[in-house]
Design a binder for this molecule. Sequence first.
Ligand SMILES: [Zn+2]
Length: 309
Amino acid sequence: MLTYGANTLTPTSALKPMITFWNSVLRWATGCFRATNRKVLWAEANTPPLDLYLHYLKCKYAIRILRASPLGNPVTGRTSPSFQTISTHRTYSHTQLLKGLPNPPKKWNSTAIKGVAHLPIELLASLLLPLIEGGIAPARMNLHAKTQLLINWQHFYPPPEYYPHPLSTTPLPFNDLHKFIATRIHQFRSGKSYLRAQKTWMTAHLSSKCERCNAAEETPEHAILHCPALAPNRHGPLQTITSLNDIWNDQNLTIALGAFIAVTKVGYPRSAPPSPLATGSTTMSTLTSIPTTSSSYPLAGPIPAIYAS
Ligand SMILES: [Zn+2]
């Protein structure tokens, strides 16, 4: 619904709130925290940033419309005669025909105007120009547009170094698990979770040590693969793998991981002492305790002579 009509209409001032809404939906779908980096969120949701996605929709629309027959599609029929289509037929403007004036379409390779709200046919044609000049076969243009989307994504919004997973628009097998379990895994991969070593702003003051074994930091690798306290719950393939990266594309390992998380409650929300950031209690008590030493100086009272004169 959010992108309805976006292949012909370009949002200008509305784009920013649309991106905010887009990110909120992705946070709901993946369970990622507000503390999660936006670039990580998009990668984890297998969903490109909205501005790049809208451009991709326009490219796909341009391919579909301008590869159609000018006899069957009036938009295609309004392209410039110099633009190569399936046939040379062109449709002229009814208004101009009533006046007895020819009204040939504008040049198809004219540049787009920044901020324009409605896509002119020329812009659609200019979107197709790089593909035509690159010699891309019409049947492969959609695939090329998708590849270009991923290239643009990596170029303009590369995920930070701590997020090692490749950019893709294909969901991983763990998305088939129960949503609550799948969101635990999304959180582990994004680097912000309820595990003690994956801190957010609200848990930065807590220890990183695993509370089950108290031997190492509670990272996803430790909790899922190494924590001795959880060893009895590791069954089958989970006992043999050495890296979490072995799991993501493997259906059986994904199911085993889902069962492990459900039994051990690794990464589940926990009740923690409130952060000073959340309550402000520590900060406020420090601030309010300072004036007690200077409380002998009343703030209210007669104006000192230096100011009254
Ligand atoms: Zn442990």
